[in-house]
Design a protein around this ligand. Structure first.
Ligand code: C5P
Length: 409
């Protein structure tokens, strides 16, 4: 067992924090000392953490401590030319998959409720479209004060997630509601936010990466494909509660935890794996793989010598994996990708019809390969949607929610 897991057994429940970008906001309260442990736990769970502190928070814990634990420079000032040049406050708000404010003081909750943008943290909270969670921490009398309770109602109405507070002994000697939840509890609840349950109980099969079509024992034909989008979709589907089979061509990516990962090389192997994975039952099939359209008719047994000035390869067409699955009698909801260099929409719509699929995601071929960001438009029979350009992980989560909406209809 990895040492860290022995210390923190609950970390195994926190796999959904892996590779998540978390902006940890710290406001002024004695519970700020616990933010150090919270930051450590989030990092150990695989999250990329950036810390924003209010001026009052710096009275309780030093930015240096948080910088050492997060591995990133801590941001405090809104008007910090140097920091803004590296990542502006709007970029910071966009960067976050989750903004977690712990501890959230009574003053900060009040500013949040009013939609204030009076310092960097409140501004980032106002500018984000990502989930926002707060862990209130304050004296019990301040917590039960009607003003605070009204502010809490306002924050809940804004869709802000609230973790705690807990009941018990407080730093000031009082006993009651207002203690910040323990860091492990906050980390667990944060992990829970990424497990949306949108595809709970459904079986999903995804093809990802390129295929390799052998010419001889050392050479092959292939496509550019990092596999990042397919792996991000697999991760998002797992977090949405689906049982995922990921059929992957050769890529350099860590396997998503909790998926049934099947490695293949050629299109033929990918097709066989897809048929096997969907044979019993499959609810959703997502073809993200960049399958080679053609393969050499013959694979030479020995390495071909370069004796001639020119050579000819006879290629034969590969089976269309997505179209084959979409032609099954009990066809799953089928999603295809269209990487195009021109006429994005018309090519995508043609694919929707010719492959008899339910949804096609179009992206610009040259902008997507090995890129961490994706800029996509989704087309289905009765509608279309263009998604904001974003990291592939975020785009994947949005696509999973779109698929959930479409399969319900
Ligand atoms: O026909 P085209 O290659 O443009 O279609 C792309 C979509 O079809 C992708 O979703 C890809 O994964 C899938 N596809 C497939 N088998 C092929 C070719 C493409 O599953 N042989």
């Amino acid at each position: 067992m990895p040492v860290i897991q022995a210390y923190y057994p609950y970390l195994k429940f926190m796999h959904s924090l892996t590779n998540k970008q978390i902006l940890l906001g710290i406001t002024g309260g004695i519970a700020a000392y616990k933010s150090a442990e919270l930051c450590r736990l989030l990092v150990k769970a695989g999250a990329d953490v950036r810390v924003v502190m209010t001026a009052a928070a710096c009275e309780f814990i030093t930015p240096l401590t948080m910088q050492a634990l997060s591995g990133n420079r801590v941001r405090i000032e809104l008007l910090d030319e140097e920091a803004e040049a590296a990542m502006g406050h709007i970029e910071l708000a966009r960067w976050a998959d989750l903004i977690l404010v712990a501890p959230a003081s009574a003053n900060f909750i009040s500013r949040l409720a009013q939609g204030e943008a009076s310092d960097l943290l409140s501004t980032v909270c106002l500018a984000t479209r990502s989930p926002l969670a707060i862990a209130p921490a304050m004296n019990q009398a301040m917590w039960s004060n009607q003003n605070t309770q009204d502010n809490m109602s306002a924050t809940k109405q804004q869709g802000i997630h609230v973790f705690g507070p807990a009941d018990g002994e407080q730093a000031c000697g009082d006993i009651g509601l207002g203690r910040m939840l323990e860091p492990d509890e906050i980390a667990l609840r944060s992990a829970g936010l990424f497990q949306c349950g949108a595809l709970a109980g459904l079986k999903v099969c995804i093809t990802a990466g390129p295929t390799r079509e052998a010419i001889d024992p050392v050479r092959y034909i292939s496509n550019h494909s990092s596999g990042k989008m397919g792996y991000a979709l697999a991760q998002a589907a797992i977090e949405a509660g689906a049982k995922v089979s990921l059929i992957s061509g050769p890529v350099n990516l860590p396997p998503p935890s909790h998926s049934n990962l099947i490695y293949v090389e050629s299109a033929e192997q990918m097709l066989n794996a897809a048929i096997a994975a969907t044979k019993e039952h499959c609810d959703i099939f997502i073809g993200v793989a960049a399958v080679a359209d053609y393969r050499p008719e013959q694979i030479a047994t020995n390495k071909i010598k370069k004796s001639e000035d020119a050579m000819q390869l006879v290629l034969v067409k590969n089976p269309d994996i997505l179209a084959t699955i979409a032609a099954q009698p009990s066809k799953p909801f089928c999603v295809g990708f269209a990487a195009e260099t021109e006429n994005l929409k018309s090519n995508a719509l043609a694919k929707l019809a010719s492959k008899n699929i339910d949804l096609v995601i179009a992206n610009h071929a040259t902008s997507t390969f090995n890129n961490d960001e994706a800029s996509v438009s989704a087309y289905w029979h009765k509608g279309e949607r263009t998604l904001t350009t974003n990291r592939k992980e975020k785009v994947a989560r949005e696509l999973i929610l779109l698929i959930k909406d479409l399969i319900k209809k």
